[in-house]
Ligand binder design. Structure first.
Ligand code: DX5
Ligand code: ZN
Length: 220
């Protein structure tokens, strides 16, 4: 099994200098670059969309981990793949035909992810557990960076881990929201594989050093 992966969230990066941000993360401990797409409908905020993602892709060394916080994501899957997404994560709460969406994402050659809001229990994924490549457990209510980690997440990760093992699924468990040096290790111990971190990384004086420290903390 791959070591814990680190995915800095570009939502907290300097949007006016995305090239410089991508270049300083090249060769860092970042495994993926997490990109938060918000439509002002599914979540009460608007972030950035396809052209910005495409521009970032030109300068990014790491795969783009695209988190779609949008209504009706089924209409935009191909466009996000074409814009450079390696992973496409849709919200469980935004998909009436989740199984179909998962299949569509995989058919496009991307890793298929499903995100769960804090109020959504892990067991709703029971019947797609064997189909998904990644489950993103939201540890804050999606829409904004810099929010406090919701402690119930640890319990949910453990439940999700058990569900995936029982289903024979090797889907990665990703944690998104309020991740920092205090909850990183407990999350990995509970079964998490991928940690997204926005403000913890980019609000630090040296994001590259912060990622390296997090990596060292987790591999110790
Ligand atoms: C929240 C986003 C997160 C966010 C994480 O809606 O999905 O990816 O950027 O930011 P932090 O780490 O600051 O909570
Ligand atoms: Zn996100």
């Amino acid at each position: 099994r791959i070591a814990p992966l680190l995915a800095p969230s570009m939502l907290a990066a300097d949007f006016a200098n995305l090239q410089a941000e991508a270049e300083r993360l090249a060769g860092s401990a970042a495994d993926w670059l997490h990109c938060d797409i918000m439509d002002g409908r599914f979540v009460p905020n608007i972030s950035f969309g396809l052209p910005v993602l495409q521009a970032l892709r030109r300068h990014a060394q790491q795969p783009l981990d695209v988190h779609l916080m949008i209504e009706e994501p089924q209409h935009y899957l191909e466009a996000f793949r074409d814009a450079g997404a390696a992973n496409i994560t849709v919200h469980y709460e935004a998909c009436t035909h989740l199984h179909r969406v998962i299949e569509q994402i995989k058919k496009l050659g991307c890793r298929a992810g499903v995100a769960l809001n804090p109020h959504t229990p892990a067991w709703v994924l029971q019947d797609v557990a064997a189909d998904v490549d990644l489950v993103c457990v939201m540890s804050v209510n999606p829409g904004f960076g810099g929010q406090a980690f919701i402690p119930n997440t640890l319990k949910k990760v453990a439940e999700l881990k058990e569900l995936l093992v029982d289903a024979g699924s090797d889907a990665l468990i990703e944690i998104d929201g309020g991740v920092n040096q205090d909850n990183a290790l407990p999350l990995i111990e509970a079964g998490a594989d991928v940690l997204v971190a926005g403000s913890f990384v980019f609000s630090s004086p040296d994001p590259v050093a912060t990622l390296a420290e997090l990596r060292a903390q987790l591999s110790a």
